[in-house]
Design a protein. Structure first.
Length: 755
């Protein structure tokens, strides 16, 4: 009878593995399944031979103990190879590769690894194959995996300055990275809103700089604050503990000490390091502030002393020095800075920043370390050995790689996990943007613009979690998971965006793991997502819906969908103004939030549109069609319905297909100075019958745009034309005294409505 039960169990297990994709993320480089199973139980022995792999085996046994209540005996010899996990580690000179081979056979498991790192990754793969249910015995499918990562930088970032996270959560965060074979934790430790690392030579950095009198609440645009004292910092002992914890899990902790900007918390502690002398308070508001480190000799002495203590805590060869969003207004008005520019023969304040970064790099290089900074460090000339973290798109990374500097790709379009991941109406308040799991999965870290030789300078990619709007570990987990899993497969080098469905099937299986571990993850992939495209008939648009499974029900009459509503089969033709409401149903029960999409159909909806200047890749989800898709953007949440131009103008030409009569054109624009978003200088509407010779109908001034609150309405006597051109020049450079002063303005635009 026992043999029959075992046989039936084997048959059912094999059928299950044949029908379901193995829940492996990242997908191994090479995987072949075989017939048969291996039974792992309390009697299984780990046979290590002469391998020195205590840490990796100990972590695997900790996993077994915490999940199943037992550990495996380890020995360096065994009378029989049956029911063993045989480990062979070659221990090469370099420990960077992480390659391994995992063979699961009927009688034993064999792991061949190039290093202890490879062994660690083999165990992570093995853990993902183990069942969730607690048992003293379970079966694994026979298979052969040959695997190794493509990129050497597979990272995640965490900002602990805007909101502070306890040491225990930092360890959890590292565990999440380890689970998905990521190897770099970028720890953002200093900023305007808090200094989070103990520096013994400068105790005021944590006595003063680690605490603020209150915090911004709600979205930045609301400009609301509370008066609750807030703060915290990590002692040097905390940091040593976390670095050691990460090291055992083969994760490098890269600290970030911001300079020359984002320094107000440090200046509140030591105001003499500024250009003005202060006084300062640790910042309550988010955004970019004008006060920065002054490049005085005393400042460099301070920073070198700080970095000396940082290097003693972090063995990472690379130290992140920030370098981003550093306004030049204080330097422009500082006699010392202007004298230094003249003395060093510098062109301007941008070259002064380059001078600043090069001074710091020279110091760190003398200590055997290298610097990495955000892509603004390209401005004024890149330091000789600096690596670049490309966040404002991929342009900075491409430029750096062409100059033979190493690059980590982290474009905001794909890698900023503080963006919305589902319909903003159903999500907690976020900074803006719209970065879904599928969007993350579509990232290609190595740009096509690079030659084979230049591509060697792309180290990998990284996800960033900025925490202005994230104040609890649970919220951080929600924004992190499951997008991090998608990025992990990208940087491992096995992602296939054209086969996203396969990844999604594997990802959904991981949700049970998150549930078991108590991880507060987002279920937005079950949300009904949508896409708008032009109608084949040139009349209105087509509204396509998608969810992780079939079962979408929708309405177009304003009522809420239920199990009896229309079943979605093909794209919905939208030819008149109406609101579509949809949700995912399973077995007659609603399983997702209702999405609600109003459509405003006008003569421009669905028509061909051409932009003279393309929008920035970070804010170009729907491209030019976003402006004529019938969906008007939410003024409060800068989600997918807006396109953004960074330093560039809007010049849009709409082809109505034939001469049409109209007398009104409306254009939506945004303003949020804290986010560097400004109204255009003016808006012009022009018309033409041949698409060449345009006649100006009306020009709306910047003052009128302010009065209209961004809903720019141009009305005139009835006209008949085939082409309509809308021009909205970018505001140019951000003025002094404003956040981001001296940088290019953003121009955010949405629907162009012609009536």
């Amino acid at each position: 009878m026992k043999k029959l039960v075992a046989f039936l169990f084997l048959v059912l297990a094999c059928i299950g593995w044949a029908q379901n994709t193995l829940p492996l993320i990242p997908q191994p480089k090479d995987l072949k399944q075989h017939s048969g199973i291996f039974t792992l139980n309390q009697g299984t022995i780990i046979l290590i031979g002469n391998s020195e792999s205590d840490s990796e085996i100990q972590l695997f046994n900790q996993f077994l103990e915490s999940n199943y209540g037992f550990e495996l005996v380890t020995t360096n010899n065994s009378k029989s190879p049956i029911n063993t996990i045989q480990i062979q580690v070659e221990q090469p000179k370099s420990n960077a590769s992480g390659s391994y081979q995992l063979d699961i056979e009927v009688q034993h498991i064999r792991i061949l690894a190039q290093s202890n790192l490879g062994l660690f990754y083999a165990f992570q793969t093995l853990q993902q194959l183990l069942p969730l249910s607690k048992s003293s015995e379970f079966v694994l499918p026979c298979l052969t995996i040959k695997d190794e990562p493509k990129y050497t930088w597979r990272g995640m970032h965490l900002d602990v300055c805007r909101h502070f996270f306890p040491k225990e959560f930092i360890k959890k965060y590292i565990d999440y990275l380890a689970m998905y074979k990521m190897n770099t934790f970028h720890w953002h430790l200093t900023d305007d809103q808090g200094w989070r690392i103990e520096i013994k030579k400068y105790p005021k950095l944590t006595e003063v700089g680690a605490f603020r009198k209150g915090s911004m609440i709600g979205h930045y645009t609301e400009q609301k604050f509370d008066d609750k004292p807030y703060g915290g910092f990590y002692t040097q002992e905390d940091i040593k503990e976390i670095v050691a914890y990460a090291k055992v899990r083969h994760i490098t902790v890269v600290p970030e000490i911001e300079m020359p900007g984002h320094a107000v918390a440090a200046l509140a502690s030591y105001p003499e390091l500024s250009c003005t002398g202060g006084p300062f308070e640790v910042a309550l508001q988010w955004g970019v502030l004008d006060d920065v480190f002054c490049p005085k000799e005393s400042t460099f002495t301070f920073l070198e002393n700080v970095l000396t203590e940082v290097m003693a805590l972090f063995p990472s060869e690379i130290i992140h020095i920030g370098g981003d969003e550093s306004p030049k207004i204080r330097w422009k008005n500082c006699s010392h800075c202007q004298a230094l520019i003249k003395k060093e023969g510098l062109k301007d304040e941008h070259e002064l920043q380059s001078y600043f970064i090069k001074r710091i790099e020279k110091f760190l290089n003398s200590k055997g370390r290298r610097i990495i900074g955000w892509d603004e460090i390209l401005e004024g000339g890149l330091a000789p050995n600096a690596a670049v973290m490309s966040w404002r798109g991929t342009e900075g990374g491409i430029a750096a790689a062409k100059q033979k500097h190493y690059v980590v790709m982290t474009p905001g379009s794909h890698c900023y996990f503080d963006h919305y991941q589902g319909d903003p109406k159903n999500e907690p308040v976020a900074i803006g943007g719209y970065t879904t799991v599928e969007k993350v999965y579509s990232l290609e870290p190595t740009p096509k613009e690079l030659s084979e030789e230049e591509a060697k300078y792309i180290l990998g990619a990284q996800g960033n979690l900025w925490t202005e709007y994230i104040n609890t570990p649970q919220h951080a987990e929600y924004m992190l998971m499951p997008r991090m899993a998608a990025l992990a497969e990208v940087v491992w080098g096995t992602s296939e965006p054209s086969n996203y469905q396969d990844f999604q099937n594997r990802l959904i299986q991981h949700f049970s793991v998150y549930d078991k571990k108590g991880i507060n993850y987002s279920r937005s992939i079950f949300e009904v997502t949508s896409k708008v495209s032009p109608s084949d008939k040139g009349n209105g648009v087509l509204f396509s819906l998608k969810s992780a499974n079939n079962g979408i029900r929708y309405t177009t009459d304003g009522t809420l969908p239920d199990a009896r509503s229309k079943s979605y089969k093909t794209p919905i033709a939208i030819t008149k103004s109406q609101t579509v409401k949809a949700a995912y149903f399973e077995n007659g029960k609603q399983k997702s939030a209702v999405i609600e999409q109003p459509f405003f159909i006008s003569k421009s909806t669905g028509k061909k549109i051409v932009l003279t200047h393309p929008p920035h890749e970070n804010y170009a989800i729907g491209g030019s069609f976003t402006l004529v898709d019938g969906m008007r953007g939410n003024m409060e949440k800068y989600g997918r319905d807006w396109i953004g131009f960074w330093g560039k103008d809007l010049e849009a030409t709409i082809d109505l297909g034939k001469k049409q009569t109209f007398s009104k054109v409306t254009v939506d624009v945004l303003r949020s100075e804290g986010s560097w978003i400004y109204y255009p200088k003016y808006v012009e509407v022009l018309i033409s019958n041949d698409g060449k010779d345009f006649k100006l109908m009306q020009k709306v001034s910047s003052e009128e745009i302010v009065e209209m609150k961004g809903v720019v309405t141009v009305e005139f006597k009835k006209q008949k034309a085939k082409f309509v051109k809308v021009m909205a020049p970018n505001a140019g450079k951000i003025p002094d005294g404003k956040p981001g002063a001296g940088s290019s303005c953003w121009l955010f635009v949405d629907e162009i409505v012609i009536e």
